[in-house]
Design a protein around this ligand. Structure first.
Ligand SMILES: [Zn+2]
Length: 160
């Protein structure tokens, strides 16, 4: 198990739609957690280490002293609240940029775990935002794609 190099924007791999996971790669999952915690971040999607598969890991609370690690394989949002919340988001692939993004306050996420068991969980608050951010990566979207054109241009210019 080893920390992997994080793919940085504007690498085109961050704009690609990932393919479903058919078989679990435990080494990949371990590498993803190690890379996420070392970064340090609270979520990491496979394309961020150059693996174009539909899997992300997250641990929305470890920075608050309580670890709640999730492996989300082939994740899908099956329900989302109409209510949205706007919060500051950062991305390990776009270091130094923080953007205010509106997301559904609560989502229901269907996903498979490291044993390929199916789960359907409700997430709210920061965990919901984190899951939506990571799922976006699997569809080739980053925080810039969730902003108005003007705001996106402004932040991209500041990043470049
Ligand atoms: Zn990100």
């Amino acid at each position: 198990m080893a920390e992997q190099e994080i793919v940085l924007w504007p690498d085109l791999r961050l704009t690609e739609v990932c393919v479903p996971v058919e078989e679990v790669d435990l080494t990949l999952l371990a590498d993803m957690f190690e890379t996420m915690y070392a970064a340090p971040g609270r979520g990491l999607a496979a394309p961020q280490i150059g693996v174009m598969r539909r899997v992300f890991v997250m641990d929305p609370t470890w920075k608050d002293g309580v670890a709640t690690p999730y492996v989300c394989i082939n994740p899908e949002i099956t329900a989302r609240s109409d209510a949205q919340v706007t919060g500051a988001e950062a991305c390990l692939s776009i270091p130094g940029v923080e953007a205010e993004i509106a997301r559904a306050e609560t989502i229901t996420l269907r996903y498979q775990d490291a044993q390929m068991r199916m789960h359907e969980n409700n997430f709210s608050g920061f965990a919901a935002a984190c899951a939506q951010h990571e799922l976006d990566h699997l569809d080739g979207k980053v925080i810039f794609d969730r902003l108005s054109t003007d705001e996106s241009k402004r932040l991209q210019a500041a990043y470049a």
